[in-house]
Design a protein around this ligand. Sequence first.
Ligand SMILES: C[S@@+](CC[C@H](N)C(=O)[O-])C[C@H]1O[C@@H](n2cnc3c(N)ncnc32)[C@H](O)[C@@H]1O
Length: 324
Amino acid sequence: MKFIDLFSGIGGFRLALEKSKFECVFSADNNKYACETYNKNFKEYPLIDIKKLSAKKIPNHDILCAGFPCQPFSIAGKRKGFDDTRGTLFFDIVRILKEKKPKVFILENVKGLISHNKGKTFKKILNILSKKFNGNINKSNRENLGYNVFWKVLNSTNFNIPQNRERVFIIGFTDQKINFEFPKSLKLKYTLNDIIKIKPKKIRRISKLSKGYIDKHLRKHKSYNKIKNLNYLVANEVRKSRCNFRFDNISPCLTTKMGTGGNNVPYLVNQNRFYTLEECLLIQGFPKSFKLTNNYTEALKQIGNSVSVPVINSLVQQIKKKIK
Ligand SMILES: C[S@@+](CC[C@H](N)C(=O)[O-])C[C@H]1O[C@@H](n2cnc3c(N)ncnc32)[C@H](O)[C@@H]1O
């Protein structure tokens, strides 16, 4: 089975599909730092702008994977959706699906996509992909794609990954008879404590001023006495006016915002340090041996943008049961 890795980022999809012995025949991402990381791990530098890519140039494949850029749909963003040109990258996926007709597609996006524009955006996406679509991508493109479509929000914590990361997955099959079942939740046996007990060589600390904010918010916290000494007490999005704490041995969601500075990397309060890049990778289910670009802020963005690899592993296992 052959697959393509669109909006490939650092290759979270690729790691999972290759583990299942699928062969990657094409990758594309227009960010040179993401390509640098990709190249270090997969010996390929897929610098391609998908908007300018002719679908005819893509090799034939069985599975199309795409975690398409989520900024236009994320709740954190300005909710521009399809009005934002980046949002229209979805239509590039449609264009490619139409030309290549792979047996299966796996799309991933932020959960906010479902409620965006009162659910209209998501409905439009599902309609375009499935049988019912009757909209117009443009005049020459009116038919629907006719896929047998399934979707679900999956949280990484349900796949033995200690991160509260909810993402929507849309899976489509050309075979209309398939009744796809999303993977069942697994018990969380691997916790944040397992990851942070590995003592890092190089650490980064928050400014004194921000550390003061953490301490002030912590003292006011209703569970202060219970949580103050926990090894895995995490402060996230530290601001003067607010600070989120997480103390259930599960990490807050790692987002691309981590790369924008401003205390957006989760902070281990009792170790007085930010997560390291290695910890961020493990919290996304990447192997320890995974190599990143040397650009720290770009590396943080890349990890926040990626998929949790074990979630894709489980999805692929389910897909494998349905396709020949
Ligand atoms: C949400 S991330 C996907 C991450 C990926 N699934 C992974 O496992 O790392 C979206 C990616 O789309 C890329 N991108 C955005 N616009 C693009 C375009 N026009 N052509 C190709 N890639 C693009 C970004 O650079 C980013 O790496």
